[in-house]
Design a protein around this ligand. Structure first.
Ligand SMILES: [Mg+2]
Length: 338
């Protein structure tokens, strides 16, 4: 693994040229890039210019000494975590303590004892290598995490945009533009589905065909804008009173359709009558409009019957509701087989 690493670089600063020569010879087997400086000023220049993996500072130097250099290296972002080894005369304990306080990690006593020097330097370089691998690994990991977050966010955004676009498309195809209710085409789809379900389960489906009473008068006397507002408001009132699972659609001009799955005639009558009362009691805040009522024809489609038969019965019942004075719910005259 060591061979895969790039050469590590070391800066050695000592005011005695002999010490630098000695370091050069002793460290040769480690195959390092070593640069030398004979005073603190030169050392500082090199620290500004280059990136090192290990710093060797003589403690006693004229001008900028090893302690000062150590502190300055710690202030340099490029070298703040790079290990500093202090080169010191044997027994200079006091200055050594100061060097540790200044951020040095270890020391080597002079005169150099080759094997110890190599051992201490190798130990620090090993640590430095590990530290660098960790940095690379952490950076790479952070990068991957950021990339993943970005991708996920973008994916989510495009999914949302797509699903909204789809929803709009579906709405356009299936809903009545004025009232927002299902349109006739979608209502047929839903009824086909319910018919199959009811045939399988052998249960009846209720339907109610409803027509706003004297709606033509509204259009004629108050104008089409008020007429449209009435249709919208009526649709909203019907929607509010809709039972879960029931289907409400705009069936024609002022005609609405209700489908009550798994419901008998009595239940369908009640549900339709609730709608009638809701419309009758509604407060219409439209200029000139005193109130609206609705006439409703209700029937049930038994399993096996066709929708055509059921609609014939419901339309007949609606006709009688109108004939009998409007604002009423009527059911077929002949008994419904159960
Ligand atoms: Mg010296």
């Amino acid at each position: 693994m060591d061979t895969e690493q790039p050469k590590l670089s070391v800066l050695a600063v000592d005011d005695e040229p002999m010490n630098l020569k000695l370091l050069d010879v002793l460290l040769k087997p480690l195959e390092l890039n070593i640069e030398f400086a004979e005073d603190g000023t030169k050392g500082l220049e090199l620290l500004e210019k280059n990136q090192y993996d290990l710093l060797l500072f003589d403690i006693m130097m004229p001008g900028i000494d090893g302690l000062e250099l150590c502190k300055l290296a710690r202030l340099n972002p490029q070298h703040k975590d790079v290990p500093v080894l202090i080169l010191t005369a044997f027994g200079a304990k006091e200055s050594l303590l100061k060097a540790f306080e200044a951020g040095a990690v270890d020391y080597i006593t002079k005169p150099f004892y080759g094997p110890e020097l190599v051992f201490r330097i190798k130990a620090q370089l090993k640590l430095r290598q590990l530290q660098r691998s960790m940095e690379t690994f952490t950076n790479e990991l952070n990068l991957q995490v950021l990339k993943a977050m970005k991708t996920e966010r973008e994916l989510l955004q495009s999914q949302q945009a797509l699903s909204e676009a789809n929803k709009t498309l579906v709405d356009w195809a299936h809903k009545d533009a004025l009232t927002g209710l299902w349109n006739r085409r979608k209502a047929w789809d839903l009824m086909e589905y319910e018919a199959e379900r009811s045939n399988r389960q052998k249960r009846s489906i209720g339907i109610a065909v409803m027509d706003l009473d004297k709606f033509k008068n509204v259009n004629d006397t108050l104008g089409h804008e008020v007429g449209d507002a009435v249709l919208k408001e009526a649709a909203a009132i019907l929607s509010e009173n809709l039972r879960k699972g029931d289907i409400l659609a705009r069936w024609g001009g002022e005609e609405f359709l209700l489908v009550f799955p798994e419901t008998d005639l009595e239940g369908s009558f009640q549900a339709a009558n609730k709608m009638r009362l809701a419309l009758q009691e509604a407060r219409w805040e439209l200029p000139g409009l005193e109130g609206m009522t609705v006439s409703i024809g209700v029937t049930v489609k038994q399993p096996g019957e066709t929708w055509t038969e059921a609609f014939k019965q419901a339309d007949d019942a609606l006709y009688r509701a109108k004939e009998n004075g409007r604002n009423r719910v009527e059911v077929p005259l002949k008994g419904i087989p159960s």
